[in-house]
Design a binder for this molecule. Structure first.
Ligand SMILES: Nc1ncnc2c1ncn2[C@@H]1O[C@H](COP(=O)(O)OP(=O)(O)OP(=O)(O)O)[C@@H](O)[C@H]1O
Ligand SMILES: [Mg+2]
Length: 252
């Protein structure tokens, strides 16, 4: 059975205030979904709830189901979700070098030798725009710049073999050239692996470049869920119309 992520009537409440309401969608293996919407519309609360990272005082209700074809004990032991966030400071362990953290998922899976795990990490870091990956892997996370740490966190999410990849404004600290390099790597990665991608951003052009389906949130609800081309050419909801108009104005 191919991977399917089903989110049904997902809600997030904080201090009895419903901040996310009735979010329902299904995603299949290989689907690349952008989750967009104004600041405060509930994207991050939704993403955290989906990956099981909600923390008190947030209360989550509804159902999240991930069906995979994991049969072997190793497959079942693989994490179900990999994620990178805007705030990458907490994604990496401050006491372990970047190189050790990035090779760890491959070494834990025992799929490669230590040397080829290091080689793979260096290749990925080069693709993510690092000129000297060996310097980066020898450092501790606190010795990286914000944008370097963000890319290291994305590398970690890509190297975890989870069937769902969630990137929540994970490229926001990056200059446009580096951001494009990262988006290209993510694009190729999800094509190769068939993972479900949930890409959260304010940047509609970037979302449209990378994703084939766009879900729009407004005031805690999903107000539109369309194939990319349809959403861009015939947006229905006022929130979507506004996002598309602003994106067009930025391009013009
Ligand atoms: N811990 C919290 N306590 C109280 N309110 C919260 C908390 N976390 C989020 N909220 C509120 O929930 C709403 C949705 O927040 P969320 O972080 O999901 O928005 P978002 O769409 O990700 O916005 P942005 O684009 O700015 O990241 C906002 O009104 C926010 O103020
Ligand atoms: Mg957010």
């Amino acid at each position: 059975m191919p991977t399917t992520l089903t989110v049904q009537n997902l809600g997030v409440t904080i201090d009895r205030t419903p901040l996310v309401r009735d979010v329902t969608f299904t995603a299949s293996a290989g689907e690349r979904i952008a989750l967009i919407g104004a600041s405060g519309s509930g994207k991050s609360l939704t993403a955290a709830a989906i990956i099981g990272a909600s923390r008190p005082p947030a209360r989550v209700h509804g159902t999240i189901t991930l069906d995979t074809d994991a049969n072997t004990p190793h497959q079942r032991a693989v994490p179900r979700f990999a994620a990178a966030f805007q705030d990458s400071a907490t994604a990496l362990n401050p006491l372990v070098t970047v190189g050790r953290q990035l090779t760890q998922p491959m070494l834990a899976a025992r799929t490669v030798t230590a040397a080829s795990a290091r080689e793979k990490v260096h290749q990925l870091l080069t693709q993510l725009g690092f000129d000297n990956p060996a310097t980066i892997t020898s450092r501790y996370p606190g010795e990286l710049s914000g944008g370097q740490r963000q890319r290291a966190a994305i590398a970690l999410a890509l190297l975890c073999d989870a069937p769902v990849l969630v990137l929540d404004e994970a490229t926001t600290a990056l200059d446009v050239v580096t951001q494009q390099a990262v988006v290209n790597v993510v694009d190729e990665h999800v094509r190769d692996t068939g993972r479900i991608l949930l890409f959260i951003t304010h940047d509609l052009p970037v979302a449209a470049n990378l994703c084939t389906r766009i879900i729009v949130m407004d005031h805690g609800r999903v107000v539109e869920d369309q194939p990319r081309d349809q959403l861009l050419t015939a947006p229905q909801h006022p929130a979507t119309i506004s996002l598309v108009e602003h994106a067009m104005a930025g391009v013009a």
